[in-house]
Write a protein that binds this ligand. Structure first.
Ligand code: CAA
Length: 491
């Protein structure tokens, strides 16, 4: 087994500087290279800030921080990498740049040095082919923020020499990370599943199904994710996100991967997310989101009529909260507890403008669904009602899946397809999403919790509404439901 003691990192942007810090924290000697002196200083600043933050949180002492920074040599030339046992490339996702760099690294590094790329989605095989040592070129894919996220995808190719991917996986473990070994396919496990979801969130925003803040809140509070999709797109960078979508689209030709126009537009305008101070959200100098105005706190007043499945239990909940209920024909606000289209309940109501849909998601969120007939006053009254029940309201349009299911189910469907293709095991898919993105559960675990039949039926409704071919239930999911199987993971 190879012992890597000196490692190089080329490119000290957000990811490269984070990777350099991770190596230095694990006790390795690090040579961080940036050709441009200003970028080199930014990289140094990044490591100083990140370790400084750990000191201020009591995670590191000043002395430990000095030691960590002391292990990193900030260099301006690739020639300095001659002694490195392993070099990780973290430069922009432009194939031409990567190929030129690897040709150069191949010339300058010792013949036994392993060359790794942190590419998010470009083909590792094509990068390896530019060197005279394709068997010693692998993907070593970290997740942002690199010091925090515990996953490393180790990508081997058809020409990777025996033992190389194993050695890199062992190194990842030494860094305190969990490696998942995968083959060379666009997006690997995480980005293949993540970017379709993020791009679809941008598409829902563009179609006006819900607002930026409502979608972010829905996925945080409703699905338990650490960040909403727009906050996460801003963290990854809108340029990087757009590029990954482009690469995925080239491979899948699936419209859900074609970058949403709003993503292209923001990226073209230089609104790249956190790193440029503004993307979907705006950030202050310390990188914190600058939120809009908080919602008003006026309590709900009036009577509520309840329709749909579970109406009795919900009416009882309203009564417990001190809200007066009335028949749907007389109530000031009518809530329908049904899937889309909610508007079907409008027929026969004397005041269809008083109707909203209400969809409870988990313990914390209620999607508040405006139909084509709902008046703005009714939607606002429903939001107040929901807040009064201690729930987060998510305003959305009367579309299949509303917000949470519309985003979660296609992602789960993609995970089932990935599993069925044999690309990765159920355990690896779940671990990758938990450790790479901080999800509370992997997609196949979430599928079990939702129930295979519910997921299949939800996907059918989504397909009927949006007509996206990839929203049609994965054949495996369909077959398992037919067979009465309750878990993909137990097969
Ligand atoms: N650098 C270093 N450390 C950081 C950091 C950064 N940029 N941001 C946060 N941290 C550390 C904090 O210091 C803190 O550490 P301690 O617990 O040791 O004190 C810890 O992370 C938690 O931070 P906060 O309390 O400030 O914030 P939080 O609880 O809201 O967590 C988060 C922040 C870790 C980023 C969390 O929101 C999260 O897990 N988000 C999901 C991120 C994600 O999905 N990443 C993958 C993106 S995909 C990708 O990267 C691949 C690709 O190719 C595009």
């Amino acid at each position: 087994m190879a012992a890597y003691e000196t490692v190089g990192v080329v490119g000290l942007g957000t990811m490269g500087a984070g990777i350099a810090e991770v190596f230095a924290r694990a006790g390795l000697a690090v040579i961080g290279v940036e050709a441009d002196p200003a970028a080199l200083e930014r990289g140094r600043g990044h490591v100083q800030r990140s370790t400084g933050r750990a000191v201020s949180r009591g995670r590191l002492t000043e002395a430990e921080r000095d030691e960590i920074i002391g292990r990193v040599t900030f260099a301006g030339s690739l020639e300095d990498l001659h002694e490195a046992d392993l070099v990780v490339e973290a430069i922009p996702e432009v194939m031409g740049l990567k190929r030129a760099l690897f040709t150069e690294l191949d010339r300058l590094c010792k013949p036994e040095t392993v060359l790794a790329t942190n590419t998010s989605s470009l083909p590792v095989t094509a990068i390896a082919a530019t060197t005279g040592r394709p068997g010693r070129v692998v993907g070593m894919h970290f997740f942002n923020p690199a010091p925090v996220m515990r996953l490393v995808e180790v990508v081997g190719t058809v020409v990777t020499e025996d033992g190389v991917a194993e050695d890199v996986a062992a190194l990842a473990r030494r860094l305190g990370k969990t490696p998942v070994r995968v083959g060379d396919r666009a997006g690997f496990v995480v980005n293949r599943l993540l970017l379709g979801y993020l791009n679809h969130a941008a598409a829902l925003l563009e179609r006006g199904v819900a607002s930026r803040d409502d979608i972010d809140a829905a996925m945080r509070a409703g699905a338990g994710l650490p960040m909403g999709p727009f906050a996460l797109l801003d963290l990854i960078g809108l340029d990087t996100s757009r590029e990954i979508c482009e690469v995925l689209f080239q491979e899948t030709r699936d419209r859900v991967h074609a970058p949403a126009p709003i993503l292209r537009e923001l990226a073209a305008a230089g609104l790249l997310g956190r790193k440029s101070g503004r993307g979907f959200h705006a950030y202050d100098g310390a990188g914190r989101d600058t939120p809009g105005t908080a919602p008003g706190g006026e309590p709900f007043a009036g009577t509520v009529g309840v329709l749909g499945e579970g109406a009795e239990a919900f009416a009882a909940r309203l009564a417990d909260a001190g809200v007066a209920t009335a028949g749907p024909r007389d109530a000031g606000l009518v809530v329908a507890l049904s899937p889309a289209p909610v508007v079907q309940h409008a027929a026969g109501l004397p005041h269809p403008e008083r109707l909203v849909g209400l969809h409870l998601v988990g313990e914390e969120v209620a999607e508040v669904v405006s139909t084509a007939l709902t008046s703005p006053g009714t939607a606002e009254a429903a939001r107040r009602l929901v807040r009064g029940l201690g729930l987060t309201p998510v305003a959305c349009a009367d579309r299949a899946g509303f917000v949470v299911d519309a985003l979660l189910l296609p992602y789960i469907n993609d995970a089932v397809r990935m599993y069925d293709s044999g690309y990765a095991s159920a355990e690896d898919i779940d671990a990758a999403m938990r450790l790479g993105c901080g999800y509370p559960a992997g997609p196949l675990e979430t599928l079990d919790a939702i129930g295979l039949r519910n997921a299949r039926d939800g996907l059918r409704a989504l397909y009927d509404e949006y007509r996206e071919p990839s929203f049609a239930p994965a054949p495996l999911l369909d077959r398992l439901v037919t067979a009465g199987v309750t878990s993909v993971r137990s097969r």
